[in-house]
Design a protein around this ligand. Sequence first.
Ligand code: G1P
Ligand code: ZN
Length: 546
Amino acid sequence: MSFKVEKINTQPFSDQKPGTSGLRKKVTVFKQPHYLENFVQSIFDTLKDCNGQTLVLGGDGRYYNRQAIQVILKMAAANGFGRVIVGAGGLLSTPAASCLIRKYQTLGGIILSASHNPGGENGDFGIKYNINNGGPAPEQFTGAMYARSREIDVYQIAVADDIDIDRPGETSLGDMTIEVMDPVADYAELMTTLFDFDRISDYLKTGSLKICIDAMHAITGPYARAIFEQSLGAAAGSVIRAEPLEDFGGGHPDPNLVYAKELVELIYADNGPDFGAASDGDGDRNMILGKRFYVTPSDSLAVLAANADCVPGYRDGLAGVARSMPTSQAVDRVAEKLGIKSYETPTGWKFFGNLLDAGKATLCGEESFGTGSNHVREKDGLWAVLFWLNILAVKQKPVADIVTEHWQTYGRNYYSRHDYEAVESDRAERLMQQLRSTVTGLPGKTFGDYQIEYADDFSYTDPVDGSVSEQQGIRLGFTDGSRIIVRQSGTGTEGATLRFYYERHEADPAKQNLDPQQALAPLFEIAEAHMQIQENTGRDRPSVIT
Ligand code: G1P
Ligand code: ZN
C-alpha cells in the first residue's frame, strides 16, 4: 500500500477538555474538520515517544466509529507506532479493550465510545485514552492532553487507502502492523479463569434459572452470545437486542429501569425470566434484576463482596473494596465484617486504578451501574453478570432472597439518585455555588428529625500517589448515617446535568420493604427546602430516577 505522511496545519479547539470519562461531544462536533485529529494528536503528543509502540484500538460500534478508526490508524502510522491491535469491525467493549492492553502489555489504548449516551448521526460520540495498566488515563494525563489541545498547530496523518478492519489477520501501513483481532476471544477466556463455568452451566441446564440478557443493540451482544449461549449453554435467544447497531436501534443504551424497559417488562411478566441483566453502549455497566426484583447497584456491589467466597477467582479473599463517594455505604458494612478496608474515591473509574494496581482493593463499584475488579482496569458489565450467576449457582436461591437476607444481616441502605438532565448551565452553576457557600454553617443544624453531622465539598487524596482531587461533590452527612450528595455530571453533552444522591440506613428487617422513594422522602424534602431545587432548575421533577 502506498504510504506518505502529511503534516496538516490546524488550529486549537477550546473545548477538548476530557470529562469524567474521556472527551464526549455530539457527533456533529466531532465531524468538524480537524476536530478528531487534533484530539488524537494531543494524545500522541502527550505520550511523547510513540515510536515502535503498540496501541489497542476499538469502540462500541456507534455511528462514526468506523470513520474514526480509519483516521486514528492513519495517524498512529504517521506518528511512528509499530503495531495497532484493532477489534474486528472496529469493535471492542471497554472492558475487553482493558483486557487486551493488559494481556499484550501495550503502551495503551484508544476507546471510542460515549458509553450510555445515545448514538446515531445526531447522537453522541466519544474518545478516551487508557494507559498501560488498562485503565483510564489519570487526571494529570488528561490535564496534559487538554493543555496540548489548546496549543496544537499541526498533526500528522498517513495518506493511504482505507484499511480492511473486518477480517482478522495482519496488514501493514507503512512500517506499522495492523492486527485485526476477534474482539471477544481474549475477554471470554479471561472470564473462564475467574468463574466456575461448569457449575453455572450445570445450573442453567437444570432449567431452574431462566436468564435474559439485554444487550440494548450495543457492544455486548456478540460477547454475551458467545459467553452465555455458546459457552454456558443458556437457551438460544437468552440474549436479546444482541445485534450492535450504529444508533442502538434508536434507544438509549443505559441499563436502568427507565431505558431497559423491554427487559423490565419481561422480568415482571408471568413466566418471565428468573434473572435479568442489561449492559450499556460500551459494555462496562450492568443492571441486575431477579424475578420481579431490582438490585440497586450499590447493593449489588455489597452482595458481591459478601459472597465473593462463592467465586473461584476471589475465593482467596479480598484485599479491600472501593466505592465512589456517592455510592451507598452498604459495601462499607461488608468490609467491616470482613475486616478489610473500604476506600471512598471521587466519581469515575480512573480513581480506582491506583488502588487496584497497589493491591489495596480487589472489588470496586459505583452507584451508576458500574462494578468491577482487579481483573481489568475498567468496570465490567458481563463480569458482574457472571459473578451473580456464579453466586446463584452456588446458593441455588432466587436473587430476591439473596438480597433480602443480605439486608437482614447488614441492614438496608435505601438509595436513590435523582438526575436533572440538560439544565441551563447558569442555573446549575447557581445552585452549586449557593449550596457550596452554605456548607461550613451546616454542621449541627437540624431539619425535622435529621441533624447534620458534616458538610463539605469532597476532596480526595489518593493514598498511593498523594495526588489531590478537589470539589468532587457536596456531601451533607447526617448523624444517623444518612447522606445527601450533590454534584454536576462530567459526562453530559447538553447544558448541565445535576445529580442528587440520597441514602438512609434501615437496620430493622420489619422496615426494609418500603419503596425507596417513600423511604427517602424526608431527605428529598430537606434537599428541596435547603436548595430550592425546583426553583433553581426550573423543573418540577427529576428527568431520571434510579
Ligand atoms: C457518570 C457516572 C459515573 C461514571 C461515569 C462513566 O459520570 O455518574 O459514576 O463513572 O458516568 O460511566 P457523571 O456523568 O456523573 O460525571
Ligand atoms: Zn459505559
